[in-house]
Design a binder for this molecule. Structure first.
Ligand code: FE
Ligand code: FE
Length: 394
């Protein structure tokens, strides 16, 4: 019997994670063919991010991505149907086209666990088997197996496919596109297509943006949960600059940009360093999560064309740095005590910030070092050096 895989999604944009999962599905279930079906407007993602590709462009990119694949094809079934794409309709339509084949609908863990909240799950189960890609994360397996047993008792057929390959989310990929470091995650030709068509904010300059536009761009690249912190840091940095005689515009820009790469996890931090050709010390290689200060400064310099004072202040905002100047200290301190921060001792830090900037910096470094030591984590050599330097200045 023919086995035909169905792999739907927004594919906004299609990336190597999609392609590898598709190839893996073909192999694991010995499929005759796999159809990748870009959705018209996914009911799960109705608000597409700004600069997104049109439906036709997503289809075009998939065609480019799959040009050398034998068993994997693009299907424009959902785009031609128009309107919102519902899986039950797609599955029913495909069953009419391939009445003798076993259809297997692929999905990730999250979708599988929320399968009951889809529209007409019974129609889907009647016409297709389900193929679940799971990552093998701790705690994941129990829920998946329970759901498999439950759905099978309702007549479904479920295949579990272990797909441990590192993937990237389309959201992170769009961030990397702006940072000009996305190519290693894109199928050949797709990156060029994106740039030629100015998709996802590519093909434009971000250098020296006016303040308002800079804010809009930064907010679009942050995780939503980090926006308040960053805006708070910008406002606080500007106020501290007025008090301590630094440039308030530089302070505001550094405050806005200081966590610009923070959304990216450790491996993606390393991707940025690689992309910008930066050599790393041993501490950073072992603690890639602390790298967002370095990668943030690189992005501020190369993508946003910020001046050396702004770049340097971002560079030192997490660990500090010996010979910090007033702006560097302001960004470090503002990041620590901006109005959204809440921890024991923050009030003392707020008081010091406006009365004794060096004292605030020292207090911040001491707190960071003691927390790391309590948690049994390695203290960055730069923090220890900064504190020693600061104490010499006394
Ligand atoms: Fe930070
Ligand atoms: Fe921060």
């Amino acid at each position: 019997m023919q086995r035909i895989g169905i792999y739907g999604g927004t594919f906004n944009p299609p990336h190597l994670g999609h392609l590898r999962a598709a190839a893996y599905g073909v192999k694991a279930l010995e499929l005759t063919r796999l159809l990748m079906i870009p959705s018209c407007v996914s009911p799960h993602k109705q608000h597409l991010p700004e600069g997104s590709a049109t439906a036709r462009q997503r289809l075009e990119m998939l065609k480019i991505a799959l040009k050398d694949e034998e068993k994997i094809r693009v299907s424009d079934l959902e785009l031609n149907r128009g309107g919102e794409s519902y899986t039950w309709e797609t599955v029913q339509q495909l069953k009419k086209i391939y009445p003798m084949a076993e259809l297997i609908l692929f999905m990730g863990t999250d979708m599988f666990l929320s399968f009951d909240s889809w529209k007409k799950p019974e129609v889907i189960m009647e016409n297709a088997s389900i193929g679940v890609f799971y990552r093998g994360l701790p705690g994941e397996m129990e829920n998946i197996v329970a759901q498999k047993i439950r759905l099978e008792s309702q007549g479904a057929k479920v295949y579990l496919i272990h797909n441990p390959l590192t993937v990237i989310s389309s959201t992170d990929l769009r961030r990397l596109l702006v940072f000009q470091c996305a190519d290693s995650f894109l199928p050949e030709g797709v990156g060029d297509y994106i740039r030629e068509n100015h998709l996802y904010g590519t093909g434009r300059s971000y250098r020296q943006l006016p303040m308002e536009e800079l804010e809009k761009t930064v907010v679009g690249l942050l995780k939503p949960s980090r926006v308040a912190h960053v805006l708070g840091c910008r406002d606080t940095a500007r106020q501290l600059a007025e008090i301590w005689g630094a440039d308030p515009v530089d302070a505001a820009r550094a405050g806005l940009l200081h966590d610009i790469t923070k959304a990216l996890d450790g491996p993606l931090q390393l991707t940025l360093c690689q992309g910008y050709g930066t050599m790393l010390d041993a501490f950073s290689q072992e603690n890639p999560k602390t790298l967002h200060a370095l990668t943030g400064s690189l992005v501020a310099e190369r993508i946003f064309g910020e001046n050396p004072a702004v770049v340097r202040a971002i560079r030192s905002h997490t660990t500090g740095m010996p010979h910090m100047n007033t702006l560097d200290k302001i960004i470090y301190v503002a990041d620590y005590m901006e109005p959204n921060r809440d921890f024991p001792g923050v009030e003392e830090l707020r008081h010091l910030a406006v009365t004794d900037l060096d004292g605030a910096l020292r207090r911040g470094l001491e707190m960071t070092i003691s927390v790391l030591q309590q948690e049994g984590k390695t203290v960055s050599p730069e923090s220890a050096q900064t504190l020693a330097w600061l104490n010499e200045q006394k």
